[in-house]
Design a binder for this molecule. Sequence first.
Ligand code: IPM
Ligand code: MG
Length: 357
Amino acid sequence: MKIAVLPGDGIGTEIVAEAVKVLDALGLKFEMESALVGGAAYDAHGHPLPESTLKLAKEADAILFGAVGDWKYDKLDRPLRPEQAILGLRKNLGLFANFRPAICYEQLVGASSLKPELIAGLDILIIRELTGDIYFGQPRGRREAPDGEFKGAPEAFDTMRYSKPEIERIAHVAFQAARKRNKKVTSVDKANVLETFQFWKDTMIEVHAQYPDVELQHMYVDNAAMQLVKAPKAFDVVVTGNMFGDILSDEASMLTGSIGMLPSASLNSKNQGLYEPSHGSAPDIAGKGIANPLATILSAAMMLRFSLNQEEAAQRIEAAVQKVLAQGLRTGDIWSEGTTKVGTVQMGDAVVKALAS
Ligand code: IPM
Ligand code: MG
Protein backbone atom coordinates (compact mmCIF):
# COMPACT_ATOMS: atom_id res chain seq x y z
CA MET A 1 0.00 0.00 0.00
CA LYS A 2 1.51 3.24 -1.09
CA ILE A 3 0.48 6.59 0.32
CA ALA A 4 1.56 9.86 -1.27
CA VAL A 5 1.93 12.46 1.48
CA LEU A 6 1.40 16.02 0.25
CA PRO A 7 1.41 18.46 3.18
CA GLY A 8 1.33 21.66 1.12
CA ASP A 9 1.31 25.12 2.68
CA GLY A 10 0.44 26.96 5.87
CA ILE A 11 -0.83 24.69 8.62
CA GLY A 12 -0.75 21.81 6.08
CA THR A 13 2.70 20.67 7.15
CA GLU A 14 1.82 20.74 10.87
CA ILE A 15 -1.45 18.83 10.65
CA VAL A 16 -0.22 16.24 8.14
CA ALA A 17 2.75 15.47 10.41
CA GLU A 18 0.26 14.53 13.15
CA ALA A 19 -1.78 12.32 10.82
CA VAL A 20 1.40 10.55 9.67
CA LYS A 21 2.31 9.99 13.31
CA VAL A 22 -1.07 8.38 13.90
CA LEU A 23 -0.74 6.19 10.78
CA ASP A 24 2.74 5.09 11.90
CA ALA A 25 1.37 4.12 15.28
CA LEU A 26 -1.10 1.64 13.75
CA GLY A 27 1.64 -0.89 13.12
CA LEU A 28 0.46 -1.54 9.55
CA LYS A 29 2.79 -1.78 6.58
CA PHE A 30 2.55 1.34 4.44
CA GLU A 31 4.99 2.90 2.13
CA MET A 32 4.72 6.67 2.58
CA GLU A 33 6.43 9.11 0.26
CA SER A 34 6.22 12.89 0.60
CA ALA A 35 6.33 15.59 -2.05
CA LEU A 36 5.89 19.32 -2.28
CA VAL A 37 2.63 20.78 -3.51
CA GLY A 38 1.04 24.23 -3.73
CA GLY A 39 3.01 27.34 -2.84
CA ALA A 40 5.80 25.23 -1.35
CA ALA A 41 6.22 23.48 -4.71
CA TYR A 42 6.05 26.79 -6.55
CA ASP A 43 8.85 28.17 -4.39
CA ALA A 44 11.05 25.12 -4.95
CA HIS A 45 10.19 24.13 -8.53
CA GLY A 46 8.32 27.09 -10.05
CA HIS A 47 5.03 25.16 -10.32
CA PRO A 48 2.31 24.35 -7.74
CA LEU A 49 1.87 20.82 -9.11
CA PRO A 50 5.25 19.65 -10.45
CA GLU A 51 5.34 16.62 -12.78
CA SER A 52 7.12 14.59 -10.08
CA THR A 53 4.38 15.29 -7.53
CA LEU A 54 1.64 14.41 -10.01
CA LYS A 55 3.45 11.19 -10.91
CA LEU A 56 3.77 10.18 -7.26
CA ALA A 57 0.07 10.92 -6.71
CA LYS A 58 -0.97 8.88 -9.74
CA GLU A 59 1.08 5.87 -8.67
CA ALA A 60 -0.10 5.86 -5.07
CA ASP A 61 -3.14 3.97 -3.77
CA ALA A 62 -4.09 7.02 -1.78
CA ILE A 63 -3.02 10.60 -1.21
CA LEU A 64 -2.93 12.29 2.16
CA PHE A 65 -3.19 15.99 1.48
CA GLY A 66 -2.83 18.94 3.85
CA ALA A 67 -3.83 22.30 2.41
CA VAL A 68 -2.56 24.82 -0.11
CA GLY A 69 -2.59 28.57 -0.45
CA ASP A 70 -1.13 31.73 0.99
CA TRP A 71 -1.93 35.36 0.34
CA LYS A 72 1.60 35.94 -0.85
CA TYR A 73 0.80 34.01 -4.05
CA ASP A 74 -2.37 35.98 -4.86
CA LYS A 75 -0.60 38.09 -7.46
CA LEU A 76 0.70 35.15 -9.50
CA ASP A 77 -0.96 34.21 -12.78
CA ARG A 78 -3.83 31.85 -12.05
CA PRO A 79 -2.13 28.70 -13.44
CA LEU A 80 0.72 29.19 -10.96
CA ARG A 81 -1.39 29.79 -7.86
CA PRO A 82 -1.31 27.13 -5.12
CA GLU A 83 -5.04 26.31 -5.53
CA GLN A 84 -4.30 25.00 -9.01
CA ALA A 85 -2.46 22.10 -7.39
CA ILE A 86 -5.56 20.68 -5.72
CA LEU A 87 -7.74 21.43 -8.74
CA GLY A 88 -5.13 19.77 -10.99
CA LEU A 89 -4.94 16.68 -8.80
CA ARG A 90 -8.73 16.36 -8.76
CA LYS A 91 -8.96 16.70 -12.53
CA ASN A 92 -5.91 14.59 -13.47
CA LEU A 93 -6.89 11.71 -11.22
CA GLY A 94 -10.59 11.96 -12.04
CA LEU A 95 -11.54 12.41 -8.38
CA PHE A 96 -15.15 13.28 -9.11
CA ALA A 97 -16.83 12.15 -5.90
CA ASN A 98 -16.15 14.27 -2.85
CA PHE A 99 -17.47 13.01 0.49
CA ARG A 100 -17.74 15.64 3.20
CA PRO A 101 -19.39 14.21 6.29
CA ALA A 102 -20.59 16.65 8.93
CA ILE A 103 -20.83 14.85 12.23
CA CYS A 104 -21.39 16.64 15.49
CA TYR A 105 -19.49 14.87 18.23
CA GLU A 106 -21.38 14.73 21.49
CA GLN A 107 -18.53 16.47 23.32
CA LEU A 108 -18.52 19.39 20.89
CA VAL A 109 -22.22 20.25 20.93
CA GLY A 110 -21.33 23.40 22.87
CA ALA A 111 -18.69 24.52 20.36
CA SER A 112 -21.23 25.13 17.59
CA SER A 113 -22.85 28.52 17.23
CA LEU A 114 -26.21 26.76 16.88
CA LYS A 115 -28.50 25.69 19.71
CA PRO A 116 -27.48 22.28 21.09
CA GLU A 117 -30.85 20.67 20.36
CA LEU A 118 -30.52 21.52 16.68
CA ILE A 119 -27.21 19.75 16.22
CA ALA A 120 -26.86 17.07 18.91
CA GLY A 121 -26.54 13.77 17.08
CA LEU A 122 -26.11 15.43 13.68
CA ASP A 123 -24.72 13.08 11.03
CA ILE A 124 -25.07 14.25 7.45
CA LEU A 125 -23.04 13.48 4.37
CA ILE A 126 -22.46 16.06 1.69
CA ILE A 127 -21.51 14.54 -1.64
CA ARG A 128 -20.03 17.20 -3.86
CA GLU A 129 -19.32 16.64 -7.55
CA LEU A 130 -15.70 17.67 -7.85
CA THR A 131 -14.44 17.71 -11.43
CA GLY A 132 -17.11 19.58 -13.37
CA ASP A 133 -19.39 22.63 -13.13
CA ILE A 134 -18.26 26.23 -13.34
CA TYR A 135 -14.94 25.25 -11.72
CA PHE A 136 -13.70 23.60 -14.90
CA GLY A 137 -16.11 24.72 -17.63
CA GLN A 138 -14.60 26.28 -20.74
CA PRO A 139 -14.52 28.89 -22.13
CA ARG A 140 -13.63 31.32 -19.40
CA GLY A 141 -11.65 34.49 -19.29
CA ARG A 142 -11.79 38.20 -19.93
CA ARG A 143 -12.95 39.99 -23.04
CA GLU A 144 -14.93 42.91 -24.32
CA ALA A 145 -18.62 42.47 -23.60
CA PRO A 146 -20.05 41.30 -26.92
CA ASP A 147 -23.57 42.65 -26.34
CA GLY A 148 -26.02 44.10 -23.85
CA GLU A 149 -26.17 47.40 -22.03
CA PHE A 150 -22.40 47.38 -21.42
CA LYS A 151 -21.34 46.24 -24.87
CA GLY A 152 -17.63 46.92 -25.43
CA ALA A 153 -16.80 47.21 -21.74
CA PRO A 154 -14.26 44.84 -20.19
CA GLU A 155 -15.96 41.76 -18.73
CA ALA A 156 -15.05 38.41 -17.21
CA PHE A 157 -16.95 35.16 -17.67
CA ASP A 158 -16.97 31.50 -16.65
CA THR A 159 -18.96 28.60 -18.04
CA MET A 160 -21.26 26.45 -15.92
CA ARG A 161 -21.73 23.05 -17.52
CA TYR A 162 -22.48 19.43 -16.72
CA SER A 163 -22.62 16.51 -19.10
CA LYS A 164 -25.19 13.82 -18.49
CA PRO A 165 -22.68 11.04 -17.63
CA GLU A 166 -21.06 13.34 -15.08
CA ILE A 167 -24.38 13.85 -13.31
CA GLU A 168 -25.32 10.18 -13.61
CA ARG A 169 -22.17 8.89 -11.95
CA ILE A 170 -22.40 11.24 -8.97
CA ALA A 171 -26.11 10.37 -8.66
CA HIS A 172 -25.21 6.68 -8.39
CA VAL A 173 -22.60 7.48 -5.75
CA ALA A 174 -25.19 9.40 -3.72
CA PHE A 175 -27.96 6.80 -3.95
CA GLN A 176 -25.54 4.01 -3.07
CA ALA A 177 -24.20 5.96 -0.10
CA ALA A 178 -27.76 6.63 1.06
CA ARG A 179 -28.52 2.90 0.98
CA LYS A 180 -25.87 2.41 3.66
CA ARG A 181 -27.39 5.21 5.75
CA ASN A 182 -30.94 6.50 6.18
CA LYS A 183 -31.96 6.08 2.54
CA LYS A 184 -32.67 9.72 1.87
CA VAL A 185 -30.99 11.92 -0.75
CA THR A 186 -31.49 15.65 -1.07
CA SER A 187 -30.34 16.87 -4.46
CA VAL A 188 -29.48 20.55 -4.30
CA ASP A 189 -29.90 22.57 -7.48
CA LYS A 190 -30.93 25.94 -8.88
CA ALA A 191 -33.32 24.56 -11.46
CA ASN A 192 -35.56 27.60 -11.12
CA VAL A 193 -32.91 29.76 -12.79
CA LEU A 194 -30.11 27.71 -14.35
CA GLU A 195 -30.31 25.42 -17.40
CA THR A 196 -27.38 23.38 -16.06
CA PHE A 197 -29.25 22.61 -12.86
CA GLN A 198 -32.59 21.86 -14.50
CA PHE A 199 -30.63 19.21 -16.42
CA TRP A 200 -29.05 18.10 -13.14
CA LYS A 201 -32.48 17.70 -11.56
CA ASP A 202 -33.95 15.84 -14.56
CA THR A 203 -30.99 13.45 -14.57
CA MET A 204 -31.25 12.85 -10.81
CA ILE A 205 -34.90 11.87 -11.30
CA GLU A 206 -33.95 9.46 -14.11
CA VAL A 207 -31.21 7.73 -12.12
CA HIS A 208 -33.45 7.59 -9.07
CA ALA A 209 -35.72 5.14 -10.93
CA GLN A 210 -33.04 2.50 -10.24
CA TYR A 211 -33.20 3.18 -6.50
CA PRO A 212 -36.87 2.93 -5.51
CA ASP A 213 -35.88 2.11 -1.93
CA VAL A 214 -34.19 5.52 -1.52
CA GLU A 215 -36.20 8.72 -1.04
CA LEU A 216 -35.20 11.59 -3.33
CA GLN A 217 -35.94 15.20 -2.44
CA HIS A 218 -35.02 18.27 -4.50
CA MET A 219 -34.08 21.57 -2.93
CA TYR A 220 -32.97 24.89 -4.34
CA VAL A 221 -29.55 25.89 -3.10
CA ASP A 222 -30.71 29.08 -1.37
CA ASN A 223 -33.32 27.14 0.56
CA ALA A 224 -30.76 24.41 1.33
CA ALA A 225 -28.44 27.04 2.83
CA MET A 226 -31.32 28.13 5.06
CA GLN A 227 -32.51 24.63 6.00
CA LEU A 228 -28.95 23.65 6.96
CA VAL A 229 -29.03 26.09 9.84
CA LYS A 230 -32.75 25.79 10.55
CA ALA A 231 -33.17 22.01 10.73
CA PRO A 232 -29.90 20.32 9.78
CA LYS A 233 -30.92 16.94 11.14
CA ALA A 234 -33.61 16.69 8.45
CA PHE A 235 -30.84 15.91 5.94
CA ASP A 236 -29.16 12.56 5.39
CA VAL A 237 -27.20 12.57 2.11
CA VAL A 238 -26.93 15.86 0.25
CA VAL A 239 -25.73 15.65 -3.34
CA THR A 240 -24.84 18.73 -5.33
CA GLY A 241 -22.56 20.30 -7.92
CA ASN A 242 -19.03 21.51 -7.47
CA MET A 243 -19.69 25.14 -6.60
CA PHE A 244 -22.79 24.71 -4.45
CA GLY A 245 -21.00 21.87 -2.67
CA ASP A 246 -18.01 24.07 -1.95
CA ILE A 247 -20.23 26.62 -0.23
CA LEU A 248 -22.65 24.30 1.55
CA SER A 249 -19.88 22.11 2.95
CA ASP A 250 -18.25 25.10 4.63
CA GLU A 251 -21.63 26.03 6.05
CA ALA A 252 -22.25 22.48 7.27
CA SER A 253 -18.88 22.41 8.99
CA MET A 254 -19.99 25.13 11.36
CA LEU A 255 -22.82 22.92 12.56
CA THR A 256 -20.21 20.59 13.96
CA GLY A 257 -18.45 23.22 16.00
CA SER A 258 -15.38 23.82 13.88
CA ILE A 259 -14.19 23.33 10.35
CA GLY A 260 -11.11 21.93 12.08
CA MET A 261 -13.07 18.71 12.66
CA LEU A 262 -14.16 17.95 9.09
CA PRO A 263 -12.42 15.29 7.04
CA SER A 264 -13.04 14.63 3.38
CA ALA A 265 -12.46 12.00 0.74
CA SER A 266 -12.29 12.53 -3.01
CA LEU A 267 -12.61 9.32 -5.00
CA ASN A 268 -12.33 8.27 -8.61
CA SER A 269 -14.01 5.29 -10.24
CA LYS A 270 -11.15 3.01 -9.14
CA ASN A 271 -11.50 3.99 -5.47
CA GLN A 272 -8.18 5.69 -5.59
CA GLY A 273 -8.61 8.69 -3.36
CA LEU A 274 -7.30 11.95 -2.08
CA TYR A 275 -7.93 12.65 1.59
CA GLU A 276 -7.80 16.13 2.99
CA PRO A 277 -9.31 18.20 5.76
CA SER A 278 -12.19 20.33 4.50
CA HIS A 279 -10.46 23.45 5.81
CA GLY A 280 -7.74 25.46 4.15
CA SER A 281 -4.13 26.39 4.85
CA ALA A 282 -4.98 29.07 7.45
CA PRO A 283 -1.80 31.14 6.91
CA ASP A 284 -2.83 33.40 9.82
CA ILE A 285 -2.13 30.65 12.34
CA ALA A 286 0.55 28.71 10.43
CA GLY A 287 3.71 27.92 12.37
CA LYS A 288 2.10 28.69 15.71
CA GLY A 289 1.45 25.07 16.63
CA ILE A 290 -2.20 25.72 17.43
CA ALA A 291 -4.00 24.25 14.40
CA ASN A 292 -6.46 21.43 14.97
CA PRO A 293 -5.04 18.23 13.41
CA LEU A 294 -8.22 16.19 13.94
CA ALA A 295 -9.77 16.81 10.52
CA THR A 296 -6.58 15.47 8.91
CA ILE A 297 -6.35 12.56 11.32
CA LEU A 298 -9.99 11.72 10.56
CA SER A 299 -9.21 12.06 6.83
CA ALA A 300 -6.51 9.42 7.32
CA ALA A 301 -9.21 7.19 8.82
CA MET A 302 -11.37 7.71 5.73
CA MET A 303 -8.34 6.81 3.61
CA LEU A 304 -7.94 3.51 5.44
CA ARG A 305 -11.63 2.78 4.94
CA PHE A 306 -12.17 3.77 1.31
CA SER A 307 -8.87 3.25 -0.48
CA LEU A 308 -6.81 0.87 1.65
CA ASN A 309 -9.48 -1.57 2.75
CA GLN A 310 -8.57 -1.29 6.45
CA GLU A 311 -11.93 -0.73 8.11
CA GLU A 312 -10.73 -1.89 11.50
CA ALA A 313 -7.82 0.55 11.55
CA ALA A 314 -10.18 3.34 10.46
CA GLN A 315 -12.45 2.62 13.39
CA ARG A 316 -9.50 2.51 15.78
CA ILE A 317 -8.53 6.05 14.76
CA GLU A 318 -12.10 7.32 15.03
CA ALA A 319 -12.46 5.77 18.49
CA ALA A 320 -9.16 7.33 19.56
CA VAL A 321 -10.37 10.77 18.45
CA GLN A 322 -13.59 10.32 20.43
CA LYS A 323 -11.50 9.35 23.42
CA VAL A 324 -9.29 12.44 23.39
CA LEU A 325 -12.40 14.60 23.08
CA ALA A 326 -13.93 12.75 26.02
CA GLN A 327 -10.71 13.45 27.97
CA GLY A 328 -11.49 17.12 27.48
CA LEU A 329 -8.56 17.94 25.20
CA ARG A 330 -9.28 20.78 22.77
CA THR A 331 -7.35 22.88 20.31
CA GLY A 332 -8.24 26.59 20.35
CA ASP A 333 -10.92 26.34 17.66
CA ILE A 334 -13.04 23.93 19.72
CA TRP A 335 -12.04 25.04 23.17
CA SER A 336 -14.69 26.03 25.71
CA GLU A 337 -14.72 26.81 29.42
CA GLY A 338 -13.83 23.75 31.50
CA THR A 339 -11.84 21.93 28.81
CA THR A 340 -8.06 21.70 28.40
CA LYS A 341 -6.44 23.71 25.65
CA VAL A 342 -3.72 21.86 23.75
CA GLY A 343 -1.59 22.53 20.68
CA THR A 344 -1.31 20.63 17.41
CA VAL A 345 1.46 18.25 18.50
CA GLN A 346 -0.09 17.54 21.90
CA MET A 347 -3.37 16.69 20.20
CA GLY A 348 -1.60 14.29 17.81
CA ASP A 349 0.29 12.70 20.70
CA ALA A 350 -2.94 12.24 22.63
CA VAL A 351 -4.56 10.43 19.68
CA VAL A 352 -1.52 8.15 19.38
CA LYS A 353 -1.73 7.41 23.10
CA ALA A 354 -5.46 6.72 22.88
CA LEU A 355 -4.82 4.25 20.05
CA ALA A 356 -2.63 2.19 22.30
CA SER A 357 -4.97 2.05 25.27
C1 IPM B 1 -12.27 23.25 -1.04
C2 IPM B 1 -11.49 24.50 -1.31
C3 IPM B 1 -11.03 24.48 -2.77
C4 IPM B 1 -12.27 24.49 -3.63
C5 IPM B 1 -10.05 25.61 -3.16
C6 IPM B 1 -8.83 25.62 -2.28
C7 IPM B 1 -9.65 25.51 -4.60
O1 IPM B 1 -12.25 25.62 -1.01
O2 IPM B 1 -11.70 22.14 -1.20
O3 IPM B 1 -13.43 23.35 -0.66
O4 IPM B 1 -12.82 25.56 -3.93
O5 IPM B 1 -12.71 23.41 -4.02
MG1 MG C 1 -14.11 25.17 -0.07
